[in-house]
Structure formats: structure tokens, C-alpha cells
Design a protein. Sequence first.
Length: 187
Amino acid sequence: MKRHLACALCFAATALLLACSSKEAPTNNTTNQPIQNAPAQSSATPETKPAATSGELQPGQASGSYTNKGETVQLKYSYAGRAERFGTQSLVVLLTETPIPPEAVAEEIKSTPLLDGEKIRGLEYVIDENSMWVRFHPGQYQESGSNKLKDYKVENDVVRGFDDDAAGDLSNGKYKRSVKFVAAIAK
């Protein structure tokens, strides 16, 4: 009896060892490489990753920089939403050097407390059918005029564009910008 019990325990231990060692690590379907600590992504807020060094920008990404009285700020993140500005409902696009906390995005689009409070730096765009307004944060320098964004497009609740005033024509070179962005429009 003891012999049968010892054999049964040995068989069970061997089967368990084989079962555990044959388990495969989960893989990424596109590269067939093991997934290592993949971050969880929430569907509640748009993804906000820094701009990739190569390839096309994804929603939530910006690339480029602006110069504010000689100081250059690199922009990596983009956000968009609709809010009232200048007495009308407008598309607001925010480009920032650091991410806006997900719980603060809606309020930031509505009234820019972090940008105005100089807690983050970036550009604030207000875009209407025929006009564009941009404000530099910090510094509060602002320009307005016709919508002169290049490659500007709003499609499937994603806004994209390119703004280039690398010479700072209206400010005698004190305020310059050259930025590209893709932002999901928050609901």
C-alpha cells in the first residue's frame, strides 16, 4: 500500500511539473514576442503617449516645439475638445510638454487652470470655421487670424494639423512655433 501511494505521489508531482513547464508566456500577436509587463490602458480617456521618434503621430501625440522669449519648450502631448471661447462653441486643442492627468483633461479644455496656473507649459489653440487663435503658456502671448494650420483635418472625432511660424513674424522672433499634432476629441 505504501508503495502504491509513493508511486501515485511521484506520478502526480511529475505531471504537475510537466504541466507548469509547458505553459507559454503570452505573446504580442503582431511581433510574436513575449509580452512583458504591458501597461493596462483605460478606454475612458484618450491614450496620451509621447510622440514617437519615427512614423506617424497617433491620437494624443504632438511633436515639435515653441519658443517663448528665448526659451524653447518641446511638445509631446495633444488633447482636444469642444468648449465655449469668445462667445461661441469652438474646437480647443491643447499641446503640452507633460501629460495632463486624465481626471483633469475635461476641465483643462474648458478653462485651462493648469496652463493658466503655469503648472504645465504648452500651446492653446481655439479653432473655428474660418479663424484660429493661439496662446503661449506661460507668457500669455497670443495671436489670432485666419485658420492657417497646414494639413488640418477633423475626421472621426480626431483632429490633426501642423502649425509653422518658425520665424515668429508677428512678434519679431520672440514667440515662435513649429508643431504637429493628432488629438482625439474628448466627448
